[in-house]
Design a protein around this ligand. Sequence first.
Ligand SMILES: [Zn+2]
Length: 306
Amino acid sequence: MPVCFDIGGTNIRSGWPDQDGIVQIADQRATPGDSLEAFLVTLEAMVQGAPIAQQDFVAISITGFVNPKTGELTIANIPYLKNTNLTELLEARVKVPVVVANDADCLALAEAHAGVAKGESNVFAIILGTGVGGGLVLNGNLVTGFGGISGEWGHGPIVDPTAGGLVDHMGYFHCGCGQQGCLDTVGAARGMENVHRALSGTTLEAENILRDWRSGDSMAAKTVEACSEMVARTLSVFINTLGPGSVPVGGGLANAQDYIAKIDTKVRTMVLSHYNRPLVVQAQHVSNAGLVGAAFLRPRSTAGTR
Ligand SMILES: [Zn+2]
């Protein structure tokens, strides 16, 4: 049985599968701020503290990308882990195999094997959180991608700044990846705030924009209409390309089920296949998706595939 971790810039969470294979958060500690050594000591202590009889391996979901050839991490929010090989560093301490994967990839695994997409062979799991991310399971297998990048549909300079003619040209927003016009800059919480500022001249947090939309505010409605349109248009191309049986949504905006339903209704009019049921739906595992998905990872040195 694996000891599973979900590592973010703020917290490190751990847990292990129950009899149904679901991992709940059992231990949580603050992510050390500036020391790789303190970070490794924390992980080692959490592994040793896990009360399971047979620790077969350690499985980690992390907010970064793992190069499948070199094992090196690309990660922004935990600077001391940048370009490190976390697998090797931790294996030297815990003496069992370690496997590390991107958190959106773990969401895709969680939903494909034990969530709303169970039984579907193709699953495109999307994250609408602070930004836009995604992970991909095809024919039942996680797609790790060249250089560790796959499913990252939030990046690429493709967004129409009139949202298909719904609004006046709102300009482009700079993306963290260095480009302009990425869906990441208009598609999730931070993007909704960008769009609202451009259209209304006022600064509001995404949850307040959604609140105002629900209470009938016309300016918030314009923002929500534009954002959902831009998300749905981009998503339609990925749905036609990948043929997913389900598109589970994780991240903070997944909790706005009315907003997710709006994206779903729009996108199903834009794709070639006929889905006579909701396709874009709230993920079953939101707060513990990293842990649940990590349990389905397999280290290279044991049988099975990633
Ligand atoms: Zn970008």
